[in-house]
Design a protein around this ligand. Structure first.
Ligand SMILES: *[C@@H]1O[C@H](CO)[C@@H](O)[C@H](O)[C@H]1NC(C)=O
Ligand SMILES: *[C@@H]1O[C@H](CO)[C@@H](O)[C@H](O)[C@H]1NC(C)=O
Ligand SMILES: *[C@@H]1O[C@H](CO)[C@@H](O)[C@H](O)[C@H]1NC(C)=O
Ligand SMILES: *[C@@H]1O[C@H](CO)[C@@H](O)[C@H](O)[C@H]1NC(C)=O
Ligand SMILES: *[C@@H]1O[C@H](CO)[C@@H](O)[C@H](O)[C@H]1NC(C)=O
Length: 359
């Protein structure tokens, strides 16, 4: 059944009235393969057995992420492995993951950081079974990578805000209260959500003219507040629609930028340019990402099980992991937001794998 955005928002409103009891936080983070071990507390170690793949053997990796092909001269950034303090991450086993997912679908939903992680996972899996047939198709905002012999679909649904952005009478309205995209992801076996980066855009990069919420229209709004209202809409839709016996829900924590060296004690740095080593140790001098704190707050209100891939701190340490000049537009454009592949999103997928095999 296809519901209009309006009826979804009414349903969500009713549901938010009915489901007002959230006695305990049901989202999980850092659950361990060995109990008591926090997978997200640790540091980066140089490991010559990395990277997990060579991007040139995955012809489907977009040019913007293949930093080696784009001429990045250094290679140390390829060789860092995330080492939790109290245990080891399970070694990624792509054949095992494909067997576990047989007959199922796994979907990344979000902006180009989700694209980054989706591309990483498809290459990690393809590298595990290089002779297995696959197909890659795109329909509208949904890209589908199918491992045909395994009957496994790994999808990417580009949806930068999760909530709706619509045109009404020549104006673009970001509606914080409606979430028609849920029709696309409902029923998918494993979903991994992400949104944040587009909430910060202003001027000509801002894709809306007005923000709508609570029956009111705003010319602008504090972006963290707008983000929180939208995440609550998403959280209600998860509580409304997810059957935890059939589907698993993940949230990819906020992926950090490295546009200002002051945050890692190098104020004279030109964004991430020339960074060839991570921040060593466990702590990022710049402190937490404000948007990540909003994510954690909203996840704490969900009653269905949601697992936070707590990638923010470990990725903050990777000031060396971005394309800088070796991204999509070569030397005319600097990218300190996305990540080179192979690279940091491979670790996000190792953590996703660890979470999927633990139960
Ligand atoms: C995420 O991991 C970092 C680093 O270990 C930790 O400081 C932070 O508290 C974690 N967040 C949550 C919600 O557990
Ligand atoms: C990846 O493969 C290409 C083509 O075979 C090769 O030129 C390149 O050196 C390899 N990169 C790494 C980091 O091993
Ligand atoms: C892969 O596809 C080709 C062409 O469709 C087919 O001949 C081959 O048997 C397939 N491989 C496997 C392992 O199924
Ligand atoms: C949305 O509005 C913009 C102008 O504000 C227009 O360029 C665009 O084509 C519209 N998109 C749709 C899907 O109507
Ligand atoms: C970088 O951050 C510092 C500390 O917040 C701030 O003073 C400075 O203006 C920022 N630099 C740029 C280029 O944004």
């Amino acid at each position: 059944m296809v519901m209009g955005a309006f009826s979804i928002s009414v349903a969500l409103l009713l549901l938010s009235l009915l489901h007002h009891v959230h006695s305990e936080h049901s989202y999980k983070v850092g659950q361990a393969v060995e109990s008591g071990c926090d997978l997200y507390q640790g540091n980066w170690v140089f490991d010559t057995s990395y990277p997990l793949y060579n991007a040139s053997s995955c012809t489907f990796i977009e040019k913007q992420f293949d930093c080696q092909k784009n001429g990045r001269p250094d290679t140390d950034y390829l060789k860092y492995r995330w080492q939790p303090t109290g245990c080891n991450l399970p070694r990624f086993n792509g054949g095992d993951l494909l067997s576990r997912l047989r007959g199922k679908s796994l979907m990344f939903v979000g902006d180009s950081l989700s694209l980054n992680q989706w591309q990483s996972l498809t290459c990690m899996l393809h590298t595990a079974v290089p002779t297995a047939n696959y197909t890659l198709t795109r329909t509208g905002a949904v890209s589908t990578f199918t491992f045909t012999e395994y009957d496994v679909k790994v999808l990417f649904y580009r949806n930068a805000f999760l909530v709706d952005i619509t045109n009404t009478s020549e104006e673009r309205v970001l509606n914080l209260d409606t979430i028609a995209g849920a029709q696309v992801w409902n029923g998918i076996d494993v979903t991994i959500f992400n949104t944040w980066h587009w909430w910060t855009h202003t001027g000509s990069e801002q894709p809306w003219d007005f923000i709508q919420t609570g029956g009111k229209i705003y010319k602008d709004m504090n972006r963290l507040i707008a983000f929180e209202i939208a995440l609550k809409t998403w959280a209600k839709s998860i509580d409304y629609s997810v059957d935890p016996t059939k589907t698993k829900v993940f949230f990819q924590g906020v992926s950090p930028d490295h546009s200002n060296g002051s945050f890692w004690g190098e104020p004279s740095a030109n964004q991430c340019v020339g960074q060839a080593q991570p921040v060593l140790g466990q702590n990022y001098p710049g402190g937490p990402e404000p948007a990540e704190l909003v994510v954690e707050k909203v996840l704490g209100t969900i009653s269905k099980p949601v697992y936070l891939l707590n990638v923010t701190t470990l990725s903050q340490l990777r000031k060396d992991g971005h394309p800088s000049f070796y991204g999509i537009f070569g030397h005319r454009f600097m990218d300190c937001s996305h990540w080179c592949l192979a690279g940091v999103p491979d670790t996000w997928n190792e953590l996703l794998y660890a979470a999927l095999i633990q139960n």
